[in-house]
Design a protein. Sequence first.
Lengths: 99, 212
Amino acid sequence: MSNPIEQLNKIFDSRIRIGIMSALIVNDNVNFNDLKSLIDVTDGNLATHLKTLEENAFIKVEKGFIGRKTNTVYSITITGEKAFRSHLDALEKIIKGLS
Amino acid sequence: MQSKNNDASLEALQDIRSIMDRSARFVSLSGMSGIWAGFVALIGASIAHIMLQEPHYRQIGKANEAGPQQFDAYTLHFVMLGLGVFVVALLGAFYFTFKKAKKHSHVLWNNASRQLLIQGFFPIMAGGVFCVTFIYYGCGLFVAPACLVFYGLALISGSRHTLSDIRYLGMLDVLLGCCAIFFPGFGLYFWAAGFGILHIFYGAMMWSKYDK
């Protein structure tokens, strides 16, 4: 059996990225402000992590408008969901294997 | 080294779970909100009970020869009482939930609470329309069962976005409403049981489970 620690996805090393993925996996889509208050991070910090996830095709970004204000909503992709689920499986294995 | 990995994994999983819950479910709903709504409903039902001692009020919602019933002053009093109870219960419920959200520094207006309101709104609106038309067509005896059934359906449909206990409260309200149809003339008692007693019971249970 391979070491479960090696199965952990490096991209999900950051708490903020894990937070983003957790919120997106249970919702159809979430907008920037809701993500911000949920994870409790600054605009810039959140934007950087969202960018990384987008570059890895783990999340989809849709820019829209509510009136004149921009409203950017994020949703998870199939690739993202698969990657996040196997990351969760690996976490589970680590805990089960050692406790 | 190994136990350090274990701790980190556990912490990550707890983080994930907390964010999943908070983003999809509105967890700030306070048990006190339910207790308040229950007491308001019981007071409202008592006022209605006293009003019904007066013969004029007993004619509300009864079919008459002239066809659809006129909205006279008595009917208006009753509808106002119902609306008043709804608004006072809702305002109090909002206050206690606001207080709980503030205490845990959660935001009140997020994806989950929006979904909760949208999902709950449609059954409530449909129920309101049905109740008013029941009175209009002289079928007042269906008002209490309809209130219970539609409110119960609203809770069931909203429960996906808040604490899961709400689902069982909704189911009980629907069942109680279905029973109430078979006991014409006892609508107010069923109404008081569903909106008063069940709210207080569930409110107290949720309060001791989540808020204490």
